[in-house]
Design a protein around this ligand. Sequence first.
Ligand code: ZN
Length: 294
Amino acid sequence: MPHADLSQNRAVKMLNAAAEGKYGVLGVVSYNMETVIACIRAAEAKKAPLQILLFPWALKYSPLFVDFCAHAARKAKVPVTVHMDHAQDPEVIKQASQILAEDGTPAFDSIMVDMSHYEKEENLAKTKELVELCRSRGIATEAEPGRIEGGEDGVKDTAELEGMMTTPEEVDDFIATGIDFLAPAFGNVHGDYHGVENIHLDYERLASIHERSKGKVQVVLHGTNEFPPDIMAKCIERGVTRINVNKLVLSDYNDYVAEKTGKVPLTQLLEEGTAKIQKMAEDWMDSIGCSEKA
Ligand SMILES: [Zn+2]
């Protein structure tokens, strides 16, 4: 079956432009409205493109939150997409791919088909089938060859499985499934590094993965908690486009909420919390070069 043409998919267009312009696009792990509101404000203030990342948890929590994100993305004054990250259940992927925004287009511009908890052959077979399904609906897809160790909220903890870095063969195998974005494992981990000194990335591997996938898929970066700007810059130099962030934009907010809940009015908690996320997002947009790129 020939692959559907996704050249006009908004997430594909956004990351192609980032690759062309050699900058990173912020992909923000979003659990609540404050995060989405803050990051869209940041994107509009900085004239930056943005990707909102939801976990399958969002579907379980409330489909209304997905509707809200899709609506917010469409109302933004800059390009904003909605991505489902680490979808590990084929049923969830099928369900997510069917959700439509109010304009009749898919609510998710892209979905990460994460079958990395299966053995390789089954992983590839399942990935291919789900990628075709998503593509037929105009949705871009992402996969993680090798394993990025650690666990994110609501995501199966793969730490007990052997950590594996992405090999050139895996890059080819996964590109052949029809994916659009590839999340390589090159020393990056989900969760915490417990200090910048513990971040050991195989930059040569990243560069060769990028070389191998050039013109076919865009490389995206997972596992950035505690990354300083210079490490981010080295990754972008070696072809990374979307950069998934969690604590890097949410840590001030998390601290603030932990400290102030019950001590200030809820409206103040929401407003000031939102402002904290916006500030960190704006700083990262400047840092990774996507400001003024919308
Ligand atoms: Zn991830």
